[in-house]
Ligand binder design. Structure first.
Ligand SMILES: *[C@@H]1O[C@H](CO)[C@@H](O)[C@H](O)[C@H]1NC(C)=O
Length: 138
């Protein structure tokens, strides 16, 4: 019985879907507003487009790589799961991108946007680029 309660607690605490306003506050506190000229609204729109704010989201790509977490960061280029060949540009384990503490994901997103710009994210290009994203930070 005890073990089930413990497992349930682990599941509850590690599978986090951010409330939009909570994400706005967290990203702001992490210095994402205006980072590399990208607005807070664009970051929130990106997270919505990529993961619907779910820190545990994973999706497989046609090339066999996988995208991880709230910003759907790719394991061919930015993180390593120890199996798929990776450049591991953020020098992190992909599992760190799936926790409810998104500070590793934010740091990695900063690395990505510094090197490639916000257009690195397909979700941003498809759902946020050239759109009014102001409602995401209301
Ligand atoms: C989140 O993780 C970072 C380091 O990865 C740590 O500095 C910070 O204190 C953590 N925040 C919380 C709320 O646990």
């Amino acid at each position: 019985m005890k073990i089930w309660v413990l497992l349930l607690l682990v599941a509850v605490t590690s599978a986090k879907v951010f409330d939009r306003c909570e994400l706005v506050r967290t990203l702001k506190a992490a210095g994402m507003s205006g980072f590399k000229g990208i607005s807070l609204a664009d970051w929130v729109c990106l997270a919505n487009a990529e993961s619907r704010y779910n820190t545990q989201a994973t999706n497989k790509n046609t090339d066999g790589s996988t995208d991880y977490g709230i910003f759907q960061i790719n394991n061919r280029w930015w993180c390593s799961n120890g199996q798929f060949p990776s450049h591991n540009g953020c020098r992190i384990s992909c599992s760190e991108l799936l926790t409810d503490n998104i500070s590793a994901a934010i740091q990695c997103a900063k690395t990505i946007v510094s090197q490639q710009g916000i257009s690195a994210w397909v979700g941003w290009r498809n759902k946020c680029k050239n759109r009014d994203v102001s409602q995401y930070i209301v």
